[in-house]
Design a binder for this molecule. Structure first.
Ligand code: SAH
Length: 412
């Protein structure tokens, strides 16, 4: 199964992937910096950071925007079909009802509409009568909710949500074995983490040597995402039900893969999962001065963005989904997401946390990251799923010079 081709699946043990794996440490460091300054709450990320460091306001704000938007999407997915918001949502950014499939109530009517204008050229669900749709929605809504995190690294979302009483029926995390082994060991050793997967009873489900945790609800498995056979085997072992609604997250992961590997992954997920939403957060716009500098910085740190030339724009991000079998897709720059898709009250709160004067760099960085969402769904459950839209006026990006340089530590 392993191949020795350059960049192929067999190279997961090679130093070529070390740089990419290191971006995981960097991401957790930045998340902890945000947590310590009050941008958002996370009671577990400190277990995965050896030497906490305060990051710059620019980086903290960037991580906050990524966190707020992605967390609101996940919570929205988990609440689909519920008549009340998921419990104890952390930031207030969560728009609980907008994706709800059930009958509208007044609370649902008050929430912002999804920002998405789903790509017109994509395959649309076949027309159905309202009654047919509602019947399907009623069937789908009370069912399972699954989450699949690609390249999860040491991400602590599962643990934080468990603490807040928000649970998926199945939560599967995948990463290289070098990463899952350390995460599994931490889960075994840290009582607070262990408690979230069932405490002492779950100890037998953890194999740090193999980088595996297999409980009914939470699974952590070693997979090289470039190897579809590994992926298929892992999802089968985890018991991910292809018929149940599934939220797939790729946060700074696909862009590190060669385009043929990310495409085969995105295509296979569309073939395999019957009802799914997939969120991709990653870099775009490699071709302007700032983008070129961003690529150079990352290459010099051994984590080249191998996939960015194939998905350099919002359109290309959408097309990756629709050309790989997803029914529709939507993509926005993080600049747009920050202005339009994050709860303004929470944004005002975090903007008071630190002095901030690097506005030009801020806008440039945010223009070079995006969130793309793909939907595959014929049940109607995900009809209104997407980033919320708060602003009354259409988003107009501010003009900024393109010659600024990235701060040296800015990676994921
Ligand atoms: N999603 C996490 C970690 C991002 S860092 C977060 O946002 O906090 C990127 C992660 O993707 C790393 O943990 C890295 O090991 C993983 N990754 C990159 N390429 C991979 C591959 N081919 N197979 C499995 N994991 C991969």
């Amino acid at each position: 199964m392993l191949s020795n081709r350059l960049g192929g699946p067999g190279r997961s043990d090679d130093r070529a992937d070390d740089g990419v794996r290191d971006t995981n440490d960097d991401a957790q460091l930045s998340k902890l910096s945000c947590v310590r300054l009050g941008y958002f709450q996370d009671s577990f990320v400190h277990h995965f950071v050896r030497r906490p460091t305060r990051r710059s306001p620019l980086i903290n704000r960037g991580y906050y925007s990524r966190y707020a938007a992605l967390r609101s999407l996940l919570l929205q997915f988990l609440a689909l079909g519920l008549s009340r918001p998921a419990k104890d949502t952390p930031s207030g950014a969560f728009q609980s009802q907008q994706g709800a499939a059930g009958p509208k109530d007044s609370a649902a009517d008050q929430v912002p509409q999804p920002a998405q204008q789903l790509e017109a050229g994509s395959r649309k669900p076949e027309p159905q009568s309202q009654q047919q749709q509602q019947a399907q929605q009623r069937q789908a809504a009370p069912g399972k909710r699954q989450v699949l995190v690609l390249g999860a690294g040491y991400d602590t979302t599962f643990f934080q949500l468990a603490k807040e009483g928000v649970q998926a029926d199945k939560y599967v995390e995948l990463d290289f074995k070098q990463v899952t082994a350390k995460k599994a060991a931490a889960i075994q050793q840290v009582p607070e983490l262990l408690a979230c997967i069932g405490g002492q009873q779950a100890v037998g489900s953890i194999d740090p040597g193999e980088g595996r945790v297999l409980t009914e609800r939470y699974c952590l498995l070693p997979v090289d995402l470039r190897d579809l056979e590994q992926l298929k085997a892992a999802l089968q072992e985890a018991g991910l039900d292809p018929a149940a609604p599934t939220y797939v997250l790729s946060e700074c992961v696909l862009v590190y893969l060669q385009p043929q590997h990310s495409q085969q992954l995105v295509r296979w997920l569309a073939e395999h999962l019957q009802c799914a939403a997939m969120a991709v957060y990653e870099q775009i716009q490699p071709d302007d001065a700032f983008g070129r500098q961003m690529l150079l910085n990352l290459e010099s740190r051994g984590c080249a963005l191998l996939g960015i030339e194939a998905t350099p724009t919002l359109d290309a991000q959408q097309r990756r989904f629709t050309s790989c079998g997803w029914h529709r897709a939507d993509a926005h720059t993080m600049q747009h997401v920050y202005s339009d898709c994050i709860d303004p009250a929470d944004r005002r709160r975090i903007e008071r946390l630190e002095m901030f004067d690097e506005f030009e760099e801020w806008h440039l960085i945010q223009q070079h990251y995006c969130i793309a969402v793909g939907i595959k769904d014929r049940t109607g459950l995900l009809d209104r799923f997407g980033l919320p839209h708060y602003a009354a006026q259409p988003f107009v990006p501010p003009a900024v010079p393109a010659a600024l340089h990235l701060p040296p530590r800015f990676t994921t």
